[in-house]
Design a protein around this ligand. Structure first.
Ligand code: D61
Ligand code: MG
Length: 426
């Protein structure tokens, strides 16, 4: 369904999408004139739509540091992800990448499309990197070194146990969280967050990606990319790729629910990390991807479509999340509501269709309206009890924040305007 179709189906998306387009336009005007910086910011938009917009709303000094941090790690990841590079060529580059970022003459061509352009003109990123303050350069080099070493280790090693899975996600995303906390601290705008919380911020995002991208990764040419831990999938099938075959759907969905339940472990740390941030721009930069993640997990849970194609939050809803997320109350509200959504997929027969309503003050909430389910979900799901307990633990923290009640009060005073935004569950 084209964007126009989606908008007609979801008129509530129009305003946030317009705001998003204006923000993107505004961002373009902020691109520094120097050619190497212009390259970096245009590249940022081309290789990461979701992070580019939230990075743009950071203050100038921090924005430049985070932009380069992103492009350096995206280039490193392009080497890791290119399954056509032989291991004996790839591993030395991953291990030495933290030195290459200082060398404008270093060049290694790999990846496809925009990622290839990033690699071929990487000297622009090195030039900009060398203009950053000392503190920022040290943080970026330190994380690049550790991530390269971690990626190299897992080029030669399969993700077997759940500990391996957590270790791999630490190397490719947890370390990004640690690095960002260092950059926030170096900017003087935030205290240095505990590593455990910074790490969980990365694991929640990376595990959501690994779950959502199962089919794309297993079908990767020339070699499958496999990140789901054997310790989990071997309880349901004999080979990871068996999950994609129609005849294994029931087992596949149970395995999917097991993976989602594992990702929910990191919700509490994520809420704690966000609740301790002070700077509004840094808060939004950190909060928006996390809300996208819990929303994506709610869509993936119990959804056999994960094994048929990529399940993605539609652009209009993404625009709303970006538009609506300003305070911790919005975060508690969103986590509470998406947890409701996930829980409603557990109820035996009726599955829920959610109607999104916006109250006068613009904060949004969900109300479950029951319809007969296309695919009733039996709570004989082996992990249903564990899933429920983790959801209710997170909802308890949201309730105890008092922010929900604050939110609720708006509801009582001003009847919300109902604008149906159907989020279909299967
Ligand atoms: C606060 C705000 C943003 C955060 C955060 C805390 C903690 C962690 C992260 C962002 C990173 C989340 C990564 C989730 C997406 N997964 C990937 O991009 C995978 O590649 C991982 C290695 C390269 C990481 C690059 C990165 C990503 C986001 C950043 C950043 C660097 C620097 C600053 C801000 C955000 C995935 O790549 C998918 C792809 O190739 O497109 C993979 O290969 O597994
Ligand atoms: Mg990768």
């Amino acid at each position: 369904m084209g964007t126009l179709g989606a908008i007609l189906k979801h008129p509530v998306d129009i305003y946030p999408l317009l705001k998003l387009r204006m923000a993107a336009k505004h961002a373009e005007k902020q691109i520094p004139p120097e050619p190497h910086w212009a390259f970096c910011y245009s590249m940022l938009h081309r290789v990461s739509r979701s992070f580019a917009l939230v990075i743009q709303q950071l203050g100038t000094e921090l924005r430049n540091a985070v932009c380069i941090f992103y492009l350096v790690l995206r280039a490193l990841d392009t080497v890791e992800d290119d399954t056509s590079i032989p291991t004996d060529v790839k591993v030395p580059i991953l291990l030495a990448f933290h030195r290459h970022i200082y060398d404008r003459d270093w060049h290694f061509s790999c990846g496809t499309k925009d990622y290839k352009v990033l690699m071929d003109q990487f000297h622009n990123v090195s030039t900009a990197f060398l203009e950053l303050g000392e503190g920022y350069q040290e943080a970026i080099e330190d994380i690049t070194k550790k991530m390269g070493a971690g990626m190299a280790k897992f080029i030669l090693k399969e993700v077997e146990s759940i500990d391996d899975y957590d270790e791999y996600c630490h190397y490719v995303a947890g370390l990004v969280g640690l690095g960002l906390s260092k950059l926030f601290h170096a900017s003087g705008l935030e205290d240095l967050a505990p590593d455990s919380l910074s790490n969980s911020m990365g694991l929640f995002l990376q595990k959501t990606n690994i779950i959502r991208d199962y089919l794309e990764d297993i079908n990767e040419i020339p070699k499958s990319r496999m990140f789901w831990p054997r310790e989990i999938w071997s309880k349901y099938v004999n080979k990871l790729e068996d999950l994609k075959y129609e005849e294994n759907s029931v087992k596949a969905v149970q395995c999917l629910n097991d993976m989602v339940t594992n990702a929910l472990i990191h919700m509490d740390d994520t809420l704690k990390y966000l609740s301790e941030l002070r700077d509004p721009a840094i808060f939004r930069f950190c909060a928006i991807p996390q809300i996208m993640a819990i929303g994506t997990l709610a869509m993936c849970y119990n959804n056999v479509d994960v094994f048929r194609g990529v399940v993605k939050m539609r652009r209009g809803l993404t625009a709303q999340v970006i538009h609506q997320t300003k305070t911790m109350a919005d975060v508690y509200g969103a986590f509470f509501d998406f947890s409701c959504m996930l829980k409603s997929k557990q109820q035996p027969t009726p599955a829920a269709v959610l109607v999104l309503s916006v109250s006068e003050n613009g904060s949004f909430m969900y109300k479950a309206v029951t319809f007969f389910a296309k695919m009733p979900v039996d709570n004989s799901d082996p992990n249903a009890v564990k899933t429920l307990s983790r959801l209710e633990a997170a909802q308890k923290s949201c309730r105890e924040s008092g922010a929900l009640n604050k939110r609720k009060s708006y509801m009582i005073r001003n009847e919300p305007r109902y604008i149906p935004v159907l989020v279909s569950f299967s």
